[in-house]
Write a protein that binds this ligand. Structure first.
Ligand code: ZN
Ligand code: ZN
Length: 249
């Protein structure tokens, strides 16, 4: 589709332009590594290599690390709405600190540095992807923070894999409370019916949802439910980090 190709090229151009802007800003305000505070670098090699990547054995559906490669008990008890979920790394050390800075310290240039970890995982999966989107924030939280940290990862990710980023493919239609102190069941309840997907953007498309952290995958599963209701043919999801329950945000 020529218009879609033009849209992807435009997004890639904007992404490059933004990168140039970061470089100028880095020159004026030198960045520092989120792991060791070394100045002049966004993520140093030592800290990069300390990141604990998630590898097999994992649950083939939700990607939860486990003792073997069979479907985990959670996926058996409550089959998720997404087709596959994978996460790049464990939510600790440098990744935890980087995501904290991305989320609360306006260090949005980190999205560009962290997105290649997502590209690496998606490249290893052979997923057929048409469209990239991200988990939306509530309007209230978006107003407070000024940006969506999932979008900071999704936008460069889409540009890097040459796919269209559709920020409004999923809309949040219900305000939900923070999932931090909730059990798995409470999390499912909390996000139930919270999302609506835009059928004109996703019908018959294979969509990938990007988020910063997943714990039980309940938010992503609910986003996937909305996408499938709107006619998406496949829903994949990628998060930068995987957190144990009760410590993610
Ligand atoms: Zn460092
Ligand atoms: Zn699972």
């Amino acid at each position: 589709m020529p218009s879609q190709t033009a849209a992807i090229q435009w997004q890639q151009f904007l992404n490059k332009f933004q990168n140039t802007l970061w470089k100028v800003l880095d020159w004026i305000f030198p960045p520092f590594c989120p792991g060791c505070n070394k100045t002049g670098i966004r993520l140093c090699e030592d800290c990069r290599s300390s990141i604990r990547r998630i590898s097999d054995p994992i649950c083939p559906v939700c990607g939860e690390p486990g003792n073997d490669s069979s479907i985990c008990q959670d996926c058996l008890n409550y089959p998720p709405e997404f087709d596959r979920l994978r996460s790049a790394a464990l939510f600790d050390g440098v990744i935890r600190e980087s995501l904290h800075r991305l989320k609360y310290n306006n260090d949005i240039g980190l999205g560009e540095i962290l997105a290649p970890f997502l590209v690496e995982v998606s490249a290893s999966q052979n997923w057929d992807i048409d469209l990239v989107t991200s988990v939306p924030l509530s309007n209230e939280r978006l107003r407070m923070r000024g940006y969506n940290q999932a979008e900071c990862l999704a936008k460069p990710f889409a540009a890097m894999i040459g796919k269209l980023y559709a920020p409004s493919a999923i809309l949040r239609i219900k305000n939900t409370k923070s999932q931090i102190d909730l059990s798995a069941g409470e999390r499912r309840e909390n996000v139930s019916g919270a999302f609506y997907a835009n059928s004109s953007q996703v019908v018959l498309k294979s969509v990938i949802i990007i988020d910063d952290v997943s714990t039980t995958g309940s938010t992503i599963s609910e986003c996937a439910r909305a996408l499938k209701l709107a006619g998406a043919k496949g829903v994949y999801a990628l998060t930068l980090a995987r957190a144990p329950i009760r410590t993610d945000r």
